[in-house]
Write a protein that binds this ligand. Structure first.
Ligand SMILES: [Zn+2]
Length: 228
């Protein structure tokens, strides 16, 4: 599904990856569940570009469903991985962040590891960084769901990649459920900051990318968050 010209949403096992196509190279945002690399590689082939045109992979956070196929995609393409510092520490171990009820966390920690990423492929990002592709990507720390979580805003054409800071399940803007949120207050603050950007497209990890919404819709979501 093409959410904007050149921006493809790829459903990768209940979670979205986004492949952004530009003349000077391709960018992937998040890397889906494990064993989903073929979806990305097939899409790159389909649009007639070599795998080596994928120059960068931006990672919102190190959960299994966002980093599961990262190592395989990175190896196939040689792309540079952009991630926050704590996220990078987890990516090189194939481990998930701690933000779940103990029983779920136990299962994730012991049985759901993903392939580790080579440390030398990772570039550490910080809040406020401006990355020199896709017209200048603004890196925004958006802690809450996990403590090291980043969102990525491309002012031109107005798309905001929010990972799990927000979702659009059931066709409306929601926060990630409380039971898998590391810091609820931080999550609320992050969500409000993200919504004030009023993006033309809200590209979430879960739920269909949202576009065609009005400022009233955003304001309604904003007010709901303010009350939580
Ligand atoms: Zn997550």
């Amino acid at each position: 599904m093409e959410v904007l010209p050149g921006i493809h949403c790829i459903e990768a096992g209940g979670v979205n990856m986004y492949l952004c196509v530009a003349e000077d190279g391709l960018t992937l945002v998040d890397a889906g569940m494990p064993k989903k690399e073929k979806l990305v590689l097939d899409k790159i082939e389909q649009i007639g570009r070599p795998f080596t045109d994928l120059h960068q992979i931006l990672i919102t956070h190190a959960d299994l469903d966002h980093a599961g196929s990262l190592a395989a995609i990175q190896r196939a393409t040689g792309a540079k991985v952009y991630a926050g510092e704590e996220t990078a520490d987890l990516l090189v171990k194939g481990a998930s962040p701690r933000h779940m009820p103990w029983y779920a966390q136990y299962v994730v920690d012991h049985f759901l590891k993903y392939q580790a990423v080579a440390v030398e492929t990772i570039h550490i990002i910080h809040d406020g960084d401006r990355l020199p592709f896709l017209g200048g990507v603004q890196v925004m720390a958006s802690p809450g769901h996990t403590l090291d979580h980043h969102s990525f805003y491309c002012p031109q054409p107005g798309i905001l990649f929010v990972g799990d800071a927000l979702n659009t399940r059931k066709g409306r803007i929601n926060l990630t459920p409380k039971r898998i949120t590391a810091d609820q207050e931080a999550a609320n603050r992050s969500a409000m900051v993200l919504l004030t950007l009023a993006p033309a497209v809200l590209a979430c990890g879960h739920g269909r990318p949202l576009s065609g919404h009005t400022s009233d819709d955003l304001m309604a979501a904003f007010n709901t968050l303010r009350r939580t």
